[in-house]
Every structure is written in C-alpha cells, then in structure tokens.
Design a binder for this molecule. Structure first.
Ligand SMILES: Cc1cc2nc3c(=O)[nH]c(=O)nc-3n(C[C@H](O)[C@H](O)[C@H](O)COP(=O)(O)OP(=O)(O)OC[C@H]3O[C@@H](n4cnc5c(N)ncnc54)[C@H](O)[C@@H]3O)c2cc1C
Length: 400
C-alpha cells in the first residue's frame, strides 16, 4: 500500500511529543522542527494523533479499487494427506455450505494432490457444488511453493468471494502466502463464521487478547475474504451420495510446480499415538511432571482413555517430549472434548491453545494456579498420586 508522511513545518512547534510517541525511534528534532527518518519509519501512524498541532500528515493510498462484485462463490481448500481427505475439510464444507446458501452462491472444494481425481466425488457427496482439482506429481505431498502458486492461479482466474482453510500446520503456511500474493485479507484461527448479507461481508470471529474477548473481523475492501478455521469447532458436512458436482480439472505449465525446496522424505514420528489436533481426549503435562519419566505416566493415562499426549512448552524446552506435542501460542491449537492438564500452571500462552476444549480438568498442587480459572473441574494435589489413581480407575471402568 503506497503511502507518504509529511511534517507540516509551518504547524510544527517543536514540542517533541511525536518523538516520544514513535515506537520505532524514527523521529528526531533538527532546528526545533520534527524530522522523520524514512529508513526507520513504518508509516504506522502513531505520531499523527499524538501531535496536538495537526502538523503530521499521513496519506495512505490503497491503489485502484478492486471490482468486488466480480468475486463470487465460497471456496474450501480441502487438505489431503496420502490421498486421504482430512476431517477439517469436511468441517469447512459443512460451514461453507451454510455461508454459500446465505450468500446465494455455489460452494466449491479445491483439492490439490497426485492421483486424486477420484476424490472429486467424495467432495461432491459432502456438499460441494463445484470441485477445482489439480493433479500433478509435484503436489503429492504438501510443499509451500507449488501449492501456493497453484492456489493463487486458481483464485486469480475464478475469483472466489470467500476462501476457507483449516488452521492446521499446512493451512496456516499455505493461505498466508496466498493472501499476500493476491492482496487479500486473511483472518487466522476463526472459531465462528457468518455473513453480513447487506454488505456481503464475511464475519470472522476469533478469540483475541489471549481469549479474553471475541473479535469479529471484516474485510470490506479486498477480495477474496480469507479465513483459517480451528479444527473441531464446526460440524462436519453429512454425506449425501446422490449429490454431483461440476468438476474443473486444471492443467498448468511445469514452471508452476517448481519449488525452492526439495522434499527428501517424510518420516512418521516414532511413538506418536494419536494426532493431537484430531484427538477427542488430550492428557497434557507441564513442568510439574519433573522429567521424561513423568510423561511415561501421562502416556499411560492417555492410553487408558484412547487419547493423545500434549505438553506445555516448558516440558518441550526441557526436552522431555518432542515439539509436535506442544499446545499453545507457539504450538498447536486444540479443541478436544476432554483436556486434562497435569502440572501445568496455566500461563496465557498455554491457555490460548486449549481453552476452547469442551471439558477441562486441571491437576495442580497449587490451589491458586491460574489453570483453575479455566478448568471445569479442578483437583488440588500431587500429579504423582492423582494421575496413576485416575489411570487405574479408568482402566477398571473401561475394562482395559
Ligand atoms: C512468546 C511465547 C510463546 C509461548 N508459547 C507457549 C506455548 O505454545 N505453550 C506453552 O505451554 N507455553 C508457551 N510459552 C511459555 C509460557 O509462558 C509458560 O512459561 C509455560 O506454559 C509454563 O509451563 P508450565 O505450566 O509447565 O510450567 P510452570 O509455569 O512452571 O508451572 C508448573 C506447574 O506445575 C505445578 N506442579 C509442580 N509440581 C507438581 C506436582 N508434583 N503435582 C501437581 N502440580 C505440580 C506447579 O504448581 C505449577 O503450577 C510461551 C512463552 C512465550 C514468551
């Protein structure tokens, strides 16, 4: 977005308020007048309201306006791994169907992969009116460059009004790149979507400020409106085998599939039981477990419940468990039916990743631990006594 900032010298009194306000240290005084160092200025605009004399002028030029009416249809990017469509895609098709019906447009599924032509039918059964399919050996496993390039090409040609994608590792990596390339708005990690029919705006709701408020974000000036959506928040679309979709199978020149990185191998993590994001039950451990051995105890409880093992960052940083188990701001966002937090204090960075779980059970020896504020049930006590007792009782109750 081209922009310019100017000090109106005839208004500047040399009061230095703007110097104190600038978060980037980009303003200094010379001859009692403010001077902006454009090498440091980010055009954030913080100095403009700070100036009591209206001596700073910021002009933002958003360039030629897009014809927003040229954009139609709701798209869902459908993630597949080894040809298996991931459940988040069905959740998004369920939600996309509702949005498309409200907007009076078609619901389209986009699928990229290798040897995936038969998947179009499955997507039609899940409610897609259209399927955009690109089948190429380079798309067999996810890679940033070719996936981005292909989705950009599709979006530029067919101009969707909305693009939804899972807030998964792949989804986050892919659509942020696509949004930048096509100059679109993107809201990450939504938990609720709706439409403002009058303005044809996607209402993208997500937790903000550490989950203390729910913010609804709109993208009035750009299309497509893009959102990533958390896993397990929306209901999966049902299966209707009588449904058919219009399938567009695109072929692109080889250079579109070029990648700056080379995929050498994909190695399944040894010892991983259940995928954290897919799990209905997660038992997580933190610093209170005291070491790797504590996680063996957690794994026993998770196994008894058919659940997955999660972790606070403290445990990952201490090398007690691998990063793929980390829940929180810099780990995974999870939304299971049951989350059991063992020896985790409940710092905001951890809560961000798990507080939308349906039932939270916290076990902590400190009755004032912040985790109890978000817990449905709290057990004040020593994890080394409580966790084995729970495992024993669940095994007995579940006949394991
Ligand atoms: C930018 C940034 C990103 C971050 N991202 C993440 C993230 O993604 N995920 C994350 O988890 N953290 C993240 N953190 C770190 C976060 O701030 C906390 O430091 C971390 O979550 C604390 O982990 P913890 O609860 O295991 O440890 P602590 O805060 O040390 O808590 C340990 C708890 O165990 C309890 N305890 C001790 N012994 C026992 C026992 N025997 N029985 C029962 N309870 C016991 C204690 O009472 C205490 O409440 C991030 C931090 C930053 C700055």
């Amino acid at each position: 977005m081209p922009a310019s900032i100017t000090i109106l010298l005839h208004k500047c009194t040399g009061c230095t308020l703007c110097v104190k306000t600038c978060p980037f240290g980009a303003i200094h005084m010379a001859n009692r007048k403010a001077v902006i160092d454009m090498a440091k200025c980010t055009l954030c605009g913080a100095c403009v309201p700070a100036c009591k004399f209206s001596a700073i002028e910021l002009k933002k030029d958003s360039g030629p306006k897009k014809d927003l009416s040229a954009y139609k249809d709701v798209w869902v990017f459908c993630e597949q791994k080894k040809g298996v469509i991931q459940s988040i895609s069905f959740e998004l098709l369920g939600e996309g169907r509702k949005l498309a019906d409200k907007l009076g447009v078609k619901l389209a599924a986009v699928i990229l992969g290798s040897g995936i032509e038969a998947k179009a039918e499955e997507l039609a059964h899940r409610g897609a009116d259209k399927v955009y399919l690109v089948d190429h050996p380079a798309l067999g496993s996810y890679q940033d460059d070719p996936y981005t390039e292909v989705l950009v090409k599709l979006a530029e040609e067919y101009k969707p009004e909305v693009i939804l994608c899972g807030a998964t590792t792949i989804g986050r990596s892919l659509v942020s790149r696509v949004a930048i390339k096509i100059g679109a708005g993107l809201t990450a990690d939504c938990t609720e979507l709706d439409v403002d029919l009058k303005e044809r705006l996607l209402l993208q709701t997500r937790p903000a400020f550490g989950g203390n408020i729910m913010a609804t974000i709109i993208t009035p000036n750009h299309r497509p409106q893009m959102a990533t959506v958390r896993h397990k928040v929306m209901k999966e679309a049902g299966i209707d085998k009588s449904r058919r979709a219009e399938v567009t199978s695109k072929i692109y020149p080889e250079e579109v599939f070029k990648s700056r990185t080379r995929l050498v191998d994909i190695v399944a993590e040894i010892g991983e039981t259940v995928n954290l994001s897919e799990a209905d039950i997660i038992v997580s451990g933190g610093r209170g477990l005291g070491g790797k051995e504590g996680f063996a105890m957690i794994a026993e409880l998770a196994k008894a419940l058919n659940g997955a093992v999660g972790a606070a960052r403290s445990a990952v940083d201490a090398d007690w468990i691998s990063y793929s188990h980390q829940v929180g701001q810099t780990g995974k966002t999870v939304c299971p039916k049951l989350y059991i937090a063992c020896g985790i204090s409940g710092q905001i960075q951890h809560l961000i990743g798990m507080q939308s779980s349906k039932v939270i059970v916290a076990i902590n020896k400190d009755p004032d631990a912040p985790i109890f504020k978000v817990a449905t049930y709290g057990i004040v006590g020593d994890v080394f006594e409580i966790v084995p007792a729970l495992t024993k009782e669940f095994r007995r109750a579940l006949n394991k």
